[in-house]
Design a protein around this ligand. Structure first.
Ligand code: FAD
Length: 385
C-alpha cells in the first residue's frame, strides 16, 4: 500500500516519520514553520530502543559514528559521593549498545540528510488540518493547500492538531521544574562520560560528546515562568559549592549559549493517537518530562511502528488502529515512569526524603539498577520492508 502523506513538524519525530514513510514507498511532504531546520537544543542521549529505531530507518550507523558512548558515569551527591554507578559496558552486553550522547543539531542534520530537499517545506506553518472526505486530509499552510491520504501531526508539545482533534483534552501542564542547558564552547576534561548530581530539588548533569565538548543541564524546582537576568551567574551562585567538574562546565560556557525552558508534559493521557486519517506522533502524542531521557526515543519508536503498520496492513484505517494499539500503552507507561523518576530524583527536596532515597540508592546493587534502566531499552522495532 503506497500513498501520500503530509508530516506537520520537522523535529526529530517528524523527520523520522518522513524517513520511515519514504522507506515504504510513500510520497511525503514535511511542513515546518521554522524558517531554518536547525534544532537549537543542547544535547540528547539516545538509548538502545531509539538507536534500534534509527537503524531501521537507515541512519543508526551515522548517528552512532557522530555520538559518544556513555560508558562510565552515574548519580552523585553535590559533595561528589556516588549514589549509583552506571556501567555502559554492562548495558552494551545486555542490549548491544551503551546510551549514546550526541548534539541535537547533529542528530537533526543526519535525519534531514536522509530526506530529499524537495520533500521539506521550510518556513511553512500548517494553519489547518481538515478531513475532507473518508480518505483525504487537507493541510492548509498560507496560500498552499496540500491534500494527502494521511497526515502525521508531529507538531510537538504545543500541537494545534491535537487540540483540534481532542478539544476536551486539557493539553500540556507545567511539570514542576525548569531547565537551563548549554553546550560548552571549549573542550573540557571530564572524569566521566556522563553524570547526574542530585541536591534538594535540583539536578546538574552532563553528557560528553566525541569532540571533547559537553552538554550540561541544570534542573530546578521553581515556579513556572521564573527567568534570570544573568542565567550563568545565577547557576554559578547556586552550584559553585558542588563537586568538580560542575563549576568548570559552567566556566567553559558562553553566556549567550544558555537556553532556559520550563518543563511541560501531557499529564492527562490522550484517549487515542489517531483520529480519521491523522496520526499524532512524538511530543504531540505523549510529551513527557525528560527524567528518563526517553521523549525522542519514543518519537523514533512511533515513526518506525507507523511505517511498519502502513506497510503491512491492508488499509490505512487498519494501520492507524494498529499504530494506536501498539504505541499508546507503551509510550504512556514510559511518560508515567518519567514523571515518577523526576519525583524520586531531581524533584525530591525534603531533607529527610532525600536522605532516605540516597541511602536506598547506595544499598541497591548496581545489577538491579541496570535492570531497572533496561526495562525501557529492550524494545525491538518491527522490520520495515
Ligand atoms: P519537537 O521537537 O517539538 O518538534 C515539533 C516541530 O513542529 C517543531 O520543529 C515546530 O517548529 C514544528 N511545528 C509546530 N507547529 C507547527 C505548525 N503548525 N506547522 C508547521 N510546523 C510546526 N529525549 C530523549 O530521547 N533523550 C534525551 O536525552 C532527552 N533530553 C531532553 C532534555 C530536555 C531538557 C527536554 C525538554 C526534552 C528532552 N528529551 C529527550 C525529549 C525530546 O527532546 C522530545 O521528546 C523530542 O524532541 C520531541 O520531538 P518532536 O519531533 O515530537 O517535537
Amino acid at each position: 500500500m503506497g500513498g501520500t502523506a503530509v508530516v506537520v513538524g520537522g523535529g526529530i519525530g517528524g523527520l523520522a516519520a518522513a524517513i520511515g514513510l519514504r522507506r515504504i514507498g510513500w510520497d511525503v511532504t514535511v511542513v515546518e514553520r521554522a524558517s531554518t531546520l536547525e534544532d537549537a537544543g543542547a544535547g540528547i542521549s539516545l538509548a538502545a530502543n531509539g538507536l534500534r529505531a534509527l537503524d531501521e530507518l537507515g541512519v543508526g550507523e551515522a548517528v552512532r559514528d557522530a555520538s559518544r558512548g556513555q560508558y562510565n558515569g552515574g548519580t552523585r551527591t553535590p559533595q561528589g559521593g556516588w549514589l549509583a554507578r552506571m556501567d555502559g559496558a554492562a548495558l552494551e552486553k545486555a542490549v548491544g549498545t551503551p546510551i549514546m550522547g550526541i548534539p541535537r543539531s547533529t542528530l537533526h542534520r543526519l535525519l534531514r540528510g536522509s530526506l530529499p530537499a524537495e520533500s521539506l517545506l521550510i518556513g511553512a506553518e500548517a494553519a489547518s488540518v481538515e478531513q475532507i472526505d473518508a480518505t483525504t486530509v487537507r493541510v492548509g499552510c498560507g496560500g498552499t493547500v496540500l491534500d494527502a491520504d494521511l497526515v502525521v501531526a508531529a507538531d510537538g508539545i504545543g500541537s494545534k492538531a491535537r487540540s483540534r482533534l481532542f478539544p476536551d483534552h486539557p493539553g500540556p501542564v507545567y511539570g514542576g521544574s525548569t531547565v537551563l542547558r548549554a553546550i560548552t564552547e571549549k573542550t573540557i576534561d571530564l572524569p566521566t562520560d556522563f553524570a547526574l548530581t542530585w541536591g534538594h530539588g535540583a539536578e546538574f548533569g552532563h553528557i560528553a560528546f566525541p569532540d571533547g565538548r559537553a552538554e550540561w543541564h541544570a534542573v530546578l524546582n521553581l515556579p513556572a515562568g521564573t527567568r534570570f537576568t544573568d542565567p550563568l551567574a545565577e547557576l554559578r551562585r547556586r552550584f559553585h559549592t558542588w563537586h568538580s567538574p560542575i563549576p568548570d562546565l559552567l566556566d567553559a560556557t558562553r553566556p549567550a549559549a544558555v537556553l532556559h525552558h520550563d518543563i511541560n508534559e501531557l499529564r492527562t493521557p490522550l484517549p487515542s493517537y489517531t483520529a480519521g486519517r491523522t496520526a499524532l506522533l512524538g511530543d504531540a502524542a505523549h510529551a513527557m518530562t525528560p527524567h528518563l531521557g526517553q521523549g525522542a526515543c519514543q518519537a523514533l519508536e512511533d515513526a518506525v511502528t507507523l511505517a511498519s503498520a502502513l506497510a503491512t496492513e491492508p488499509t490505512v484505517e487498519a494501520a492507524l488502529t494498529r499504530y494506536d494499539a501498539e504505541r499508546r500503552p507503551r509510550s504512556q507507561a514510559i511518560a508515567r515512569a518519567a514523571r515518577q523518576a523526576g519525583k524520586m530524583g531531581q524533584q525530591l527536596s525534603h531533607p529527610l526524603a532525600v536522605a532516605l532515597r540516597n541511602t536506598a540508592m547506595r544499598l541497591t546493587p548496581s545489577r538491579a539498577a541496570t535492570h531497572m534502566i533496561l526495562r525501557h531499552h529492550t524494545w525491538l522495532p518491527p522490520q520495515l520492508p
